[in-house]
Design a protein around this ligand. Sequence first.
Ligand code: DLL
Length: 436
Amino acid sequence: MIWNSHKESMSVDERRMLQGKRLHKVVAYVYHNVPFYRNKMQEMDLSPDDIRSIEDIVKLPFTTKKDLRDNYPFGLQAAPASEVIRIHASSGTTGNPTIVGYTRKDVEIWSECMTRCLTAYGVTRGDMFSVAYGYGLFTGGLGVHYGVENLGAAVIPTSTGNTEKHIRLLRDLGVTALACTPSYALHLAETMEREGIGPADLKLRCGAFGAEPWTEQMRGEIERRLGIKAYNLYGLSEIMGPCVSFECECQNGSHINEDHFFPEIIDPDTLEPLPYGQKGELVFTTLTKEGMPLLRYRTRDLCSLMEGSCACGRTMVRMSSIAGRSDDMLIIRGINVFPSQVESVLLGIPECAPRYKLIVDRVDNLDTLLVQVEVRQEYFDRGFDTLTPIEELERKVASRLKSVLSISAKVQIKSPNTIERSQGKSKFVEDKRKIQ
Ligand code: DLL
């Protein structure tokens, strides 16, 4: 089934015309409403009238997370505050989060795109759908929620946490579809097995998994242990949230809702556009967004675009699964974490030296973060352990980290000069999860 067959299956030429028209409009809109873009375009001697077709996109400047940080909180917002009806936030690289405002039309388009994804997964009005992404500033919960309501299925806003209660709801209500991170789906399966509940006790049929990278092996395991079909769902807050791309029944890449989010692949070093089929960094331009439209936003996600028609009937370009990042962002329990955020917390604590190591692991399918940090020599020399007991300092660091990262980390305070130094490229992150 296709939700919007006109938009999802239009000919490639017709879509390029539509994209060109929308690009021209959004460029003129940001030029007149966002000083950041006006200045950038003026520096490049570009006017909105230079952008006539979608091919002209390569003339436009890129946007990065740093630009969002430098213009915190609302510097890149184009719509007046009175038009904004929703605000979400995602992790910034240091203290400030990235803030995204949505107008009513943005939320409608988000819901429409999300409904397209759900329809491709086979979800219909008859389904009962549990949304187990976090509700709140994270876009996962509310993003999927609005799509399910727009489709007309019954939505259960389960959110995250309390796995036992969730399993009970799945069983007692006869829930048929589920959305959560793939690692949480495996944790759910494991908890069910421990409680002696199997797929035959549930009516679950399919699930929408994303917000973090996952492998074909994880897909196989989720499908087998939960007895469902597992589909990919991709998105990012800066561009919209979940709904940017989705797998259809053919499961050969994820179709991008490219009438709203125009994708390009670039070489992350030279910034030159790369042809279809080549792996590079994914870049998106929002073609219809009003709240915070972005031109050529560098996602830092590495993948390739796949040309050619798909047996499902959709003509929208597909992206391969994410094969890593061109920066050091980690995704821990579905939450984006930059090592620089951890560092800025540690630098704010006088007892801590700026020498640390992050160890990320997956235990019982749940991600864990261990932060090891050295105590400063002068505190150590002054008999640190008696002045501030180690456990107290560990608790203090953990609580500061929690308030900045939104996830719990275990903290280990180490003596000076005990964390291994490396020559050249720093090795202060050890990711033992082997997801890619
Ligand atoms: O993770 C939005 C989302 C919610 C997508 C629920 C899917 C489902 P952010 O918190 O801004 O937004 O994180 C975006 O997460 O740049 C990717 O690195 C990663 N990511 C998201 N979906 C996938 C996926 C949401 N399906 C960042 N596969 C992105 C791999 C994903 N990585």
